[in-house]
Design a protein around this ligand. Structure first.
Ligand code: ATP
Length: 306
């Protein structure tokens, strides 16, 4: 019996390994799939970033021919400033960030960085200039060091440690039995939502991009962790052109510009103060959120729920 059990057990291990590898490959293909939508034009030039002014000019977009998602979206993020986008779930907020990465091409209008149309620059140079701290960071089944260095594969150990310190995750890493060599991801140590976001922040710091996208997590971390992360993000966003996809209005009150997106259209824009004074959709969201103590505003529209 034992003789049979050992090979079977061994097969089980192999089976799990293969299943995990397939899951990794599937993820990779999903990413590649997204990139297949667009291609570099034959004479594509590398993006030359100066101040990193981002401009969406009269952008129309649809993923599928029959359903338009964005309508005449027009805004500029001045170099080195922060623009936040708020709106109900499905209003098109994350689509803006996908278009800035040029995962898809738009149907009308243009998107430019420092005056260069995204369709005319190489995708490699474009993606090098943009860093994203996503809602849910995917960790690779590798060491924590590898996961941080992913933002800059040739980073030295000193640079990695400096980024981890700046993201306030160094002490946590040092407390692990294998330190920076600890395996994380599905097969290794499972990190909390906040720890994963810190890894993403360290990754972004190492990449040092001119443009930053922060896709705020819908599911709140506990409020202390959330506040600490917000403070760090403010630090990284300083002097970078930043697009925040926001779910909690209190985190964006000091943004240079707030856009309110509704069914793919910008219906209001201004600073927090200006929007409150307008007493429109934003002011209502603010009131509701204050009353409900920070329930994300991007929950389904009230009229969709009825
Ligand atoms: P949330 O706050 O829930 O993250 P969002 O405002 O970021 O929502 P988007 O993810 O930008 O919304 O989605 C806008 C619309 O586009 C939604 O109706 C969604 O169903 C649709 N959509 C998103 N991705 C795709 C896709 N790959 N193919 C087709 N439709 C899509």
């Amino acid at each position: 019996m034992i003789q049979l059990y050992i090979p079977l057990n061994f097969l089980g291990v192999i089976y799990r390994e293969i299943k995990q590898s397939l899951a990794d490959m599937e993820r990779l293909f999903k990413l590649l799939d997204q990139h297949r939508e667009v291609a570099d034009v034959p004479n594509a030039q590398p993006l030359a970033v100066k101040g990193a002014e981002v401009k969406f000019a009269h952008v129309d977009f649809s993923y599928e021919a029959k359903r338009q998602i964005l309508f005449d979206v027009d805004f500029t993020i001045a170099a080195g400033t922060t623009t936040a986008v708020v709106g109900h779930s499905g209003s098109g907020k994350s689509t803006l960030s996908r278009l800035l990465f040029r995962f898809y091409d738009i149907n009308a209008g243009s998107i430019t960085i420092d005056g260069q149309d995204l369709r005319n620059v190489t995708q490699t140079s474009l993606r090098k200039s943009i860093g994203i701290v996503p809602q849910d960071t995917v960790l690779f089944n590798d060491t924590i060091e590898y996961n941080i260095a992913y933002g800059k594969p040739d980073a030295t150990r000193e640079e990695i440690v400096a980024a981890a310190k700046a993201a306030y995750i160094h002490d946590f890493i040092e407390s692990l039995p294998d330190g920076y060599g600890s395996m994380v991801g599905e097969r290794g140590l499972k990190l909390s939502g906040g720890e994963k976001q810190r890894v993403a922040i360290a990754r972004t710091l190492l990449k040092n991009p001119a443009i930053l996208i922060f896709d705020e997590a819908t599911s709140a971390l506990d409020s202390r962790a959330e506040q600490a992360i917000q403070a760090q993000l403010k630090e990284i966003a300083k002097d970078r052109t930043t697009l925040v996809i926001a779910h909690r209005l209190s985190t964006i009150a000091d943004a240079s510009q707030i856009l309110v997106l509704d069914h793919g259209r910008i219906i209001e824009r201004g600073t927090h103060g200006q929007l409150l004074a307008q007493n429109g959709a934003y002011a209502q969201m603010w009131e509701r959120q204050q009353a409900r103590q920070e329930v994300p505003v991007s929950s389904p529209r009230a009229d969709d729920r009825d």
